[in-house]
Design a protein around this ligand. Structure first.
Ligand code: NAD
Ligand code: ZN
Length: 363
């Protein structure tokens, strides 16, 4: 499957399919990346253990020379220190303006390697080989960043990749929990934009959880497609992009309260999406928004309840840090139907408190 992300002269293709990694040399050539161009693969130590050697083999066979920079797996590698280490590797490997950084990994590696590519010599080319389902999200939109100890993704840039190569075979080594959590973000793309896709996801839940190649490729394609549509329309229509944050206001707060330990991002937004659906019903929209949202997420084995030991006070506090408050009213992404979303800026903070309390009682 091929999706073109349309951005004028910064347009690029996302190629999705089982075993597609073996065709990398062909796609590099298509994008004007030649064997004289030095490559630096950035990856993490977990992903490297499974997928680095095959990628190196494919590149070497085709005559490319690729250096490697490996970081420890996990969010703690999205730092300025690690960024500097990547640049050190780039210099040691003799990269120049014509060189290319290849991100082999999930969103962490993509964000770190992408930020390095955006900055090295004021910007060199960048190729993404996502290895998580969640990374479909980072493959569209061009956002690259590292964290500061006070704030996530606060040091960053916009830097579009040359090419995204999404080989569904690489997902087979993902832990089941990461698969579910990544699918939460895919379901979100449906909930904000495409009711048919939501129905399709529900119908194909088992195939998706088992990573069946056809269904997985279709789901990733659709996830990227929705995000690409939203992002490209946002260039004209400011603020549309905010709908991508469905479930994220509550989700981010839960992640913060869990100190980014107990809950994966996808799990947190799963609970957050149920909260947004509850809010929709309270605002008078169809109760089915809530029942459908919850049913689908549960079918994917995702959490829909806030653990009892999370303090409502702390969750609300964390939300206030999340900048979406304006004099007692909150800005909230509300699903007004399955597949349709609106931004409301008139949500009473007291309602959110009640919804959080209710979310602790969800069955
Ligand atoms: P991740 O990159 O940390 O991957 C999750 C875990 O899975 C890691 O431990 C990793 O080593 C492991 N892993 C990755 N691929 C694997 C594979 N194929 N087999 C076995 N293990 C594998 O995190 P993620 O969930 O992919 O992404 C989260 C990050 O993405 C966050 O930092 C978030 O800020 C960022 N993000 C960025 C954007 C954007 O637009 N730039 C969008 C969404 C998320
Ligand atoms: Zn998200």
């Amino acid at each position: 499957k091929r999706l073109n992300v349309d951005l004028g002269d910064r347009s690029y293709p996302i190629l999705i399919g089982e075993g597609i990694l073996s065709r990398m040399p062909e796609f590099l050539a298509e994008r004007g990346i030649k064997t004289v161009n030095k490559l630096l693969i950035v990856t993490d130590d977990t992903v490297a253990g499974y997928h680095l050697a095959p990628l190196q083999e494919i590149l070497t066979q085709a005559g490319y020379s690729a250096a490697v920079h490996t970081v420890p797996a996990g969010e703690q590698s999205k730092t300025l220190e690690q960024f500097e280490e990547v640049i050190t590797s780039a210099l040691k490997a003799g990269l120049d303006r014509h060189s290319v950084i290849i991100a082999l990994g999930g969103g962490v590696v993509g964000d770190l390697a992408g930020f390095a590519a955006a900055s090295f010599m004021r910007g060199i080319r960048f190729v993404q080989v996502p290895t998580t389902i969640l990374a479909h999200d980072s493959s569209v939109g061009g956002k690259v960043a590292v964290n500061h100890r006070f704030a996530k993704n606060i040091i960053g840039a916009f830097h579009q990749p040359e090419l995204v190569l999404f080989d569904t075979a690489l997902l087979k080594t993902l832990p089941q929990r990461e698969i579910r959590a990544g699918l939460a973000e895919v379901i979100k793309e449906g909930l904000i934009w495409d009711a048919d896709f939501v129905a399709w996801c529900e119908e194909h839940a088992d195939a998706l959880l088992a990573l069946s190649p056809e269904e997985t490729a279709y789901a990733l394609y659709n996830g990227c497609h929705v995000k690409a549509q939203v992002v490209s329309q946002d260039e004209r229509e400011q603020s549309l992009r905010a709908i991508l944050n469905l479930g994220h206001t509550i989700g981010h707060a839960l992640e913060a309260v869990a100190q980014y330990q107990q809950l994966l991002h996808g799990e947190a937004i799963s609970i957050g999406m149920v909260g947004s659906a509850k809010l929709a019903v309270r605002l008078g929209y169809d109760p089915e928004i809530y029942t459908t949202t919850k049913r689908i997420l549960q079918k994917f084995g995702l959490p829909v309840r806030i653990p009892h030991d999370y303090s409502t006070e702390q969750i609300l506090q964390a939300m206030m840090h999340d900048k979406k408050f304006r004099d007692g009213k909150m800005v909230f992404v509300v699903p007004v139907a399955i597949g349709k979303t609106e931004i409301r800026d008139d949500i009473e903070a007291s309602w959110i408190k009640e919804i959080i309390d209710e979310l602790k009682q969800e069955a």
